[in-house]
Design a protein around this ligand. Structure first.
Ligand code: X8Z
Ligand code: ZN
Length: 619
């Protein structure tokens, strides 16, 4: 997700603060000597405060301009990767980093000033909000920007020759999703991972530079800096992640146990043993992060919902454009304004045939007014139908907080941003699909297990994957995993959290983390873990607001403007207040909480526990 924004409100506040500081000395002249000393202090304080206000106003103004300038260059590069657009993106990236680092360093002179909550919050955002900071040493920002651009472009243009054809990631992914031939799966899985060894030295150098940047800004290392963006101390946030993972881990273990047994039945002991970890290439996804593609292999008997969303979309003649229009219609149904005309003119909805692009889906806000867009390589299938809602969620959030000050034009925290669209997509229930004419009949209650299994394969399987991603990255950033251990540490964590293993020994030069977009793309991943917890909290709260009394997985807020209004009120707050306040606004609770997931999947949990009886679970 990228944002590029401009705050017009910034300058008037600057003028006001200058007036106030000019007025104070007159009052001081009327007082006696000791009072005057005190007044000098007060005067200094007031001056420092005015200085801080002016600094923030200026920072917001400059950042807004820079983010629009860099954002438009990034857009051009991401939708047309060439030598020249990479050059431009690296140049703009370096300029942006230099400005952001300058401003972050600029906050240091206000460390001892007693600031209003608002100013302190903005200072903190300036100090900790740079994802990959450079130190202010000459050349560092330029080198860093060249590395990050190269990593991004290497990933996005990655290919593998298979069976005499040169295949890109979409094509390789389709094989992983649909093939049931273990040899083919292994070849394609290993093949995609040939794109990343070349990234490893760049990655290690990037970590080295960015940690220097983090140190300069007063952080122990970059992992601490990333974890400083949650309105609590980094260590408290780490504990929070452990707590949330602890809430859902037992459910994941049941799912793992059940799926392993089904795969053992399908493929036999030679390919998938009945105990120990699961082979990563058998799970229907290039990174084993969402498993719904193997639903047919693990479907509970006699619980068939009677439809397959991919088949239905194809049968009804859906195009990528129609999928996005359908997504927009959902947001409209809860009372949100339609997307602007420019969204349709400027978005990239399908992969262009004639050039290289960054296909990984994203949502953009180019001008902080209305220039919101998505960039996708949409295919007509259930996964992309969900992704369309996910991306639109980012765009609707961006538009909802556009009247906030520049530094507050952001999610309450990054997990909120990821959760908006997914939360709405939880309302893609059979009732909803019938309402939009995609299916003719709503399946009976007996199909619930099938529906829940399908959702769990995506939403529950994802949780330990998300934990793995940033647990690995934090260990790299804090130095506990040095470059020579990058790949081994990756698989140790994959095994420990997910209970999965590669299909064969990994080559000595492998850099498997680099074969997942968010590592070369430097997108922190904790946000998705938090989102996958919170979207169920949002869903439960919304269904309660709607007066829904049935099972949570059958509840849809489609068409509910009352819920939409409360939801929009939460989105409008942006990041202007601590996230617990914003969470409370919509859900009535101040804590992230995994219990809504457990409630949502309760019938499936019973089923899994029964099926797993007598099996030794774990790995
Ligand atoms: O990267 C994304 C979105 C863009 S923010 C498509 N997601 C994660 C991923 O693909 O790994 C959404 C789910 C997790
Ligand atoms: Zn997203």
């Amino acid at each position: 997700m990228k944002t590029a924004l401009l705050s017009a409100a910034a300058l008037s506040a600057l003028a006001l603060s200058a007036c106030e500081s000019v007025g104070l000395p007159d009052i001081a002249t009327l007082e006696d000597a000791s009072d005057q000393e005190a007044e000098v202090e007060v005067d200094k304080e007031a001056e420092a405060l005015a200085d801080a206000e002016a600094f923030i106003e200026d920072a917001e103004h400059r950042l807004a301009e820079m983010s629009e300038y860099a954002g438009r260059i990034y857009w051009v590069q991401a939708t047309n990767i060439t030598f020249d657009t990479n050059w431009l993106a690296a140049k703009a990236g370096a300029e942006y980093t230099k400005l952001a680092v300058d401003l972050a360093n600029g906050t240091k002179r206000f460390e001892d000033v007693e600031l209003s909550d608002d100013l302190a919050r903005k200072m903190q955002k300036l100090r900790s909000g740079i994802t990959i900071p450079a130190p202010s040493t000459t050349g560092a920002a330029d080198e860093l920007a060249q590395i990050t651009t190269r990593l991004d472009a290497t990933y996005s243009t990655g290919k593998f020759d298979y069976n005499g054809q040169t295949l890109n990631l979409d094509e390789l992914s389709t094989i992983i999703e649909t093939s049931r031939d273990p040899e083919e799966l292994k070849a394609v899985w290993e093949g995609w991972r040939t794109v990343s060894p070349v990234m490893k030295d760049d990655y290690a150098r990037m970590v080295e530079i960015a940690n220097k940047g983090a140190n300069e800004l007063g952080f122990d290392d970059l992992s601490d800096m990333w974890l400083s963006n949650y309105d609590m101390e980094p260590d408290a946030m780490r504990t929070e992640v452990d707590r949330l993972w602890g809430q859902v881990e037992p459910l994941y273990e049941e799912l793992h146990c059940y799926v392993r047994a089904e795969l053992n039945e399908e493929y036999g002991d030679e390919v998938q043993a009945a105990s120990g970890p699961i082979r990563a290439d058998l799970l229907g996804n290039m990174w084993a992060q969402q498993w719904s593609s193997i639903y047919p292999l693990v479907a509970p008997p006699a619980a068939d919902p009677g439809y397959d969303v991919t088949e239905r979309l194809v049968a009804e003649g859906y195009t990528p454009l129609k999928m996005v229009e359908t997504g927009e219609e959902f947001f409209s149904s809860i009372g949100l304004d339609p997307l602007p005309e420019t969204f349709w003119e400027r978005s990239q909805i399908t992969r262009p045939r004639d050039r290289e692009v960054v296909c990984h889906a994203s949502a953009w806000d180019l001008d902080n007014e209305d220039d919101i867009r998505i960039k996708m390589c949409t295919e007509v299938n259930a996964e992309d139908f969900h992704t369309v809602h996910h991306e639109l969620g980012h765009n609707y959030y961006q538009r909802a907080y556009k009247d906030q000050d520049f530094l507050y034009k952001d999610g309450a925290h990054d997990g909120f941003h990821e959760a908006i669209g997914d939360f709405l997509a939880l309302s893609i229930t059979p009732d909803y699909l019938k309402a939009i004419g995609l299916i003719d009949e709503v399946p009976p209650a007996e199909a619930d297990l099938g529906l829940l299994m399908n959702t769990a394969l995506d939403k529950i399987a994802f949780l330990p994957f998300a934990v793995t991603m940033d647990s690995w990255r934090w260990s790299v950033l804090d130095g506990s995993t040095p470059p020579e251990r990058y790949n081994d540490a990756w698989w140790e964590k994959r095994l420990s959290y997910q209970g999965i293993t590669p299909p064969g020994e990994r080559p000595a030069d492998a850099f498997d983390p680099g074969a997942k977009y968010h590592i070369p793309g430097n997108t922190p991943y904790l946000r998705y873990f938090l989102s996958y917890v919170m979207q169920f909290q949002f869903h439960k709260a919304a269904c309660q607001q709607a007066g829904w009394e049935g099972p949570l997985h059958r509840c849809s807020i489609y068409g509910n403007e009352e819920v939409g209004e409360r939801f929009n009120a939460m989105m409008e707050m942006g990041s202007s207040q601590p996230w617990p306040d914003t969470l409370e606004l919509f859900t009535g609770t101040r804590e992230m909480d995994g219990s809504a997931i457990i409630e949502y999947f309760a019938p499936l949990i019973d089923y899994l526990e029964e099926e797993n009886e007598g099996r030794t679970c774990g790995w």
